[in-house]
Design a protein around this ligand. Structure first.
Ligand code: ZN
Length: 252
């Protein structure tokens, strides 16, 4: 089964994500920029590439019948979003020679593949355990941004998720206890399983969202319900509708 035309997919993601972000930052349309939802930098199109939320190394191992089914090409099974490719600088020091797309690949894709192919090492030290949980949180965060848009990245809890993304082995201070665990099941194998066409599922709770990514679940902190309408032009709005986007970033 041929993959869908990737340049086309990038253009489509760029357009959709830009239209969504313009609700908060209208000037990006004129400047033709997009915010990377991981590092928070505003960058031009050439500094972005397509990120497979479920890693390529995982989807390559999907059952043959699923891979050859025209209804479930790789990009549908993986879920896509744009992440940056520009080297990351923190306080004038280069901390990574590439962007967030490569950062996720380096720190999380191996752990995610372990989980989603059912090959979690049985005995792990704390650091390896944390890497699997934080990998799960990273995938859940990206899945939520791809589903509900930049509101997820820009609410207060988005900053927590963005900071956790850059701490692949240690939980960020203040991360709620129930976000510091992951529940995993056996990988799906049935051809007719709907997980191949819908890899993510979201269940909202107070201050958190239970995110299912294929065969694992994590609680992602959520300070507001991203499905509620956003009212920004009125001075007094009920608290749950008030939204003050947080553009904080430490990266240049
Ligand atoms: Zn980035």
């Amino acid at each position: 089964m041929p993959e869908i035309d990737l340049p086309n997919l990038k253009d489509r993601l760029w357009h959709n994500m830009q239209q969504d972000l313009a609700r908060f930052v209208p000037e990006i349309l004129e400047r033709n920029r997009l915010m990377c939802c991981a590092c928070g930098r505003f960058l031009p199109s050439e500094d972005f590439s397509i990120e497979h939320i479920i890693p390529k190394q995982t989807i390559k191992q999907d059952p043959q019948e699923v891979r050859s089914n025209p209804a479930t090409p790789a990009n549908i099974r993986a879920g896509n979003i744009l992440l940056c490719t520009k080297p990351l600088h923190y306080r004038n020091t280069r901390i990574h020679n590439n962007g967030c797309n490569s950062w996720k690949g380096k720190y999380f894709d191996g752990a995610l593949t372990d989980i989603m192919t059912g090959k979690m090492p049985p005995h792990q030290n704390k650091k390896a355990q944390n890497a699997h949980i934080i990998g799960g949180l990273a995938a859940a965060y990206l899945a939520m941004v791809s589903e509900y848009g930049y509101v997820v990245a820009l609410m207060q809890s988005g900053l927590i998720a963005r900071e956790q993304f850059f701490n692949p082995n240690r939980f960020r201070k203040g991360l709620m206890a129930k976000s510091q665990m992951i529940l995993t099941g056996q990988p799906q194998t049935a051809i007719e399983d709907q997980v191949w066409s819908r890899p993510f599922h979201f269940e909202f709770h107070a201050q958190s969202c239970l995110v299912t990514v294929r065969n694992f679940v994590v609680y992602l902190p959520i300070s507001q319900d991203p499905r509620l309408p956003i009212i920004r032009h009125l001075q007094y709005v009920p608290q749950k509708y008030a939204f003050r986007p947080n553009f904080e970033t430490v990266f240049t």
